[in-house]
Design a protein around this ligand. Structure first.
Ligand SMILES: Nc1ncnc2c1ncn2[C@@H]1O[C@H](COP(=O)(O)OP(=O)(O)O)[C@@H](O)[C@H]1O
Ligand SMILES: [Mg+2]
Length: 270
């Protein structure tokens, strides 16, 4: 096989037997193996507290593993300069995580400024991103986050994450706080954007439907372990367990285990 074809299909992100515990607490991740192919989108799905955010933060080293390795673009990230690593990784969180005392423009300019882009280049890049994300620059650039709607904030958050043109994009429940109509619209825009930009994306959600809509591969997590990994079609065709079947039919936000009768399972019928 020609080398280039191999290169395109290789793993951009790789977790090898990754374990995490906070201090002397219980294991939050109990040995996760995961590969995200270059240019593909992986969704991490599971109930609250199962380890989705922790897994995501391991990739940009906001969290350090207590066991195993994380590789990005073939390199163990523990050996890499953390500032340089993060320049190559955009990060979007719920409610966009914008700096409240900065305007939309200043928020988007944060990383380009750190990189020493001159004002003219920063503005060019910002205008490009505003256009890409359907934000009218003249109307929104000088607004503060509180003067934007939820959907607009999320767009600015995405523009900020893309400002340095990173190869990898990490998104933690980016559409979670939006009302259903805006949420659908942003999901559709995201699908469009994904094919335009060709980034490697890891997106966290507790909504199985969203995972199936947006991702090429879906990793279902349960209590810090991988319950099932596969394409949406594979998971729909052959759910690996009752837990997965339950996730397919309902939005499971809290995992009630047999061994923990105090917890409640919240099931939202569709
Ligand atoms: N900084 C921390 N210190 C101690 N425990 C933590 C910390 N961050 C997360 N946890 C615990 O790790 C588990 C997984 O958390 P998290 O990855 O945020 O789950 P999710 O994103 O799936 O809801 C939870 O039990 C949570 O309480
Ligand atoms: Mg989380």
């Amino acid at each position: 096989m020609p080398k280039r074809a191999n290169k395109r299909k290789d793993a951009m992100i790789k977790l090898e037997r990754v374990e995490k515990r906070y201090g002397q607490g219980p294991y939050v991740l109990a040995g996760i193996d995961l590969e995200v192919a270059r240019g593909s989108t992986m969704a991490l799905v599971g109930p609250s507290g199962c380890g989705k955010t922790t897994t995501l933060k391991l990739i940009n080293r906001l969290v350090r593993p207590t066991g195993g390795r994380v590789l990005v673009d073939g390199h163990d990230i523990a050996q890499r300069d953390v500032a340089e690593l993060r320049r190559g990784i955009g990060y979007v969180v719920q409610e966009a995580g914008l700096f409240p005392h900065m305007t939309a423009a200043e928020n988007v300019d944060v990383v380009p400024r750190l990189l020493g882009f001159p004002a003219e280049r920063r503005e060019r890049r910002r205008r490009e991103l505003f256009e890409l994300l359907g934000l009218e620059h003249g109307r929104f650039a000088d607004r503060y986050p509180l003067e934007l709607s939820g959907g607009q904030r999320q767009r600015v958050g995405l523009a900020r994450a893309l400002a340095a043109n990173p190869e990898v994009l990490l998104m933690d429940e980016p559409f979670g706080a939006l009302d259903p109509v805006i949420r659908r619209r942003l999901q559709r825009e995201f699908i469009d954007l994904k094919s335009k930009l060709g980034k490697t994306v890891v997106i966290v959600t507790h909504d199985m439907e969203e995972a199936f809509l947006l991702a090429d591969q879906v990793a279902i997590l349960r209590r810090g372990a991988l319950e099932q990994l596969g394409s949406p079609a594979e998971i729909k065709r052959a759910p690996a367990s009752d837990f997965v079947r339950q996730m397919l039919g309902h939005e499971v936000t809290v995992d009630a285990g047999d061994d923990d009768p105090a917890e409640e399972t919240v099931q939202v019928s569709r």
